[in-house]
Design a protein around this ligand. Structure first.
Ligand code: SF4
Length: 132
């Protein structure tokens, strides 16, 4: 049993170090047969994946999207804005600390949720900070 766990842990480590598109292909090809299901990984030491929204506004007005509908956003009191770099840095620093303490890593970090991330003037700086 310990041997199985060691193999599984080793395979997981190799898998997690593959580029995301290779992992995605493996997931789709093998339909998660070689990836332990999330319930076997719980409780997690770090988030499995994370979405951080650098900006929740957009300069386009796609008619199917609430982000482009300023009148709708007013009715639900959703404020528009961009994330301050210092807040972003704090989130990343805390994540890095969690990863260091646990020896685990976040599998996916998406710099997108409701808005157009390219509208943030410091997006490049954010990406560089995450990569560092
Ligand atoms: S966030 Fe995307 S889908 Fe929504 S209005 Fe902007 S470009 Fe269109």
């Amino acid at each position: 049993m310990k041997f199985d766990n060691a193999i599984r842990k080793g395979a997981k480590s190799v898998y997690e170090n593959l580029p995301w598109f290779v992992r995605d292909k493996i997931r789709k090809t093998f339909q998660n047969r070689f990836v332990s299901p999330l319930y076997e990984q719980l409780p997690l030491s770090v988030p499995h994946s994370l979405h951080i929204d650098p900006a929740n506004l957009c300069n386009f007005r796609c008619n199917f999207c609430p982000t482009g509908d300023f009148e709708l956003l007013k009715t639900v009191n959703r404020p528009k804005g961009v994330m301050q770099f210092e807040l972003f840095r704090k989130i990343i620093d805390e994540l890095a600390e969690m990863c260091t303490k646990s020896g685990e890593k976040v599998n996916e970090l998406h710099l997108y949720k409701d808005g157009e991330p390219l509208i943030h003037k410091e997006l490049g700086k954010m990406i560089a900070y995450v990569k560092k």
